[in-house]
Design a protein around this ligand. Structure first.
Ligand code: KIV
Length: 274
């Protein structure tokens, strides 16, 4: 598997240069066909560890492994030409030490061809981000609601209300100063997102964090109406593909039971030539 991207692909410095300019369009992708669909419209495509919940039916992102991220990263890589590709570091693959984070991030980059990795955490991860950035690993940080800490946080609730606001602000400042090239702000109030966006020099990418951010990201299956197990209030659905697929499968089932299929001789002859 090639570890390099085409020359047309956006780079982390180009993403940084978009700070305060045209908002950054970001989506997740986990497969080649979805990567091909989102690439022409997106600046950043994230192979998120949300893949565990969305495609593998896991109850949280905690069970996602490095091998899963690498396999989905390789699939997404085959579908991208223009967008910057970022792969999530899964729970347990980077928190122990900067050295552990570097070894695993290097493996992800070498085996998927992604240009950057994302990891969750603020002040507590600043040393690791500095270590990675100094060794050629561009890092997208993620503060506010950090789903890998769902147990410690007591659920997927809004972060940064009241006294918590300053802690989230310090987290964002710490990751920016440590050398992250962008930071995801998840599920925080608009006033806080606005303050952080004004204060730090790198782009903020919001998810449930208001239009005050420098860009937005959504889980692609959420915005397409393909993932029904969990529906965050901030997600606008741009399509109801789950309902459309269900109706199509029901129509197929009906046709099979009613024997409503073209006779075999009418469909022969369209096989690819060998
Ligand atoms: O895993 C994920 O998909 C994410 C984003 C939604 C930010 O972390």
């Amino acid at each position: 598997m090639s570890a390099t991207r085409g020359t047309k692909a956006l780079t982390p410095p180009e993403i940084v240069a978009r700070k305060g300019r045209t908002p950054l369009v970001c989506l997740t992708a986990y497969t080649t066909p979805i990567a091909q669909l989102v690439d022409p419209h997106c600046d950043v495509v994230l192979v998120g560890d949300s893949v565990g919940m969305v495609l593998h039916g896991l109850p949280s992102t905690l069970g996602v492994t490095l091998e899963m991220m690498i396999m989905h990263g390789q699939a997404v890589r085959r579908g991208l030409e223009r967008a910057l590709m970022v792969v999530d570091m899964p729970f347990g693959s980077y928190e122990q030490s900067p050295g552990q984070a570097f070894d695993n991030a290097a493996r992800v980059m070498a085996q998927t061809g992604c240009a950057a990795v994302k990891l969750e955490g603020g002040e507590s991860m600043a040393e690791t981000i500095r270590f990675l950035a100094a060794r050629g690993v561009p890092v997208m940080a993620h503060v506010g609601l950090t789903p890998q800490a769902v147990n410690a946080l007591g659920g997927y609730r809004v972060q940064g209300r009241g006294d918590e606001a300053d802690r989230i602000r310090r987290d964002a400042v710490a990751v920016a100063e440590a050398g992250a090239f962008a930071v995801v702000l998840e599920k925080i109030p608009e006033v806080l997102a606005q303050r952080i966006t004004q204060e730090i020099a790198i782009p903020t990418i919001g998810i449930g964090a208001s239009p005050a951010c420098d860009g937005q990201i959504l889980v692609v299956d959420d915005m397409l109406g393909l993932f029904g197990a969990f529906r965050p209030k901030f997600v606008k659905r741009y399509a109801e593909l789950g309902e459309a697929a269900s109706a199509a499968i029901a129509a197929y089932s009906h046709d099979v039971r009613e024997r409503r299929f073209p006779a075999a001789e009418h469909v022969f002859g369209d096989e690819p030539k060998t």
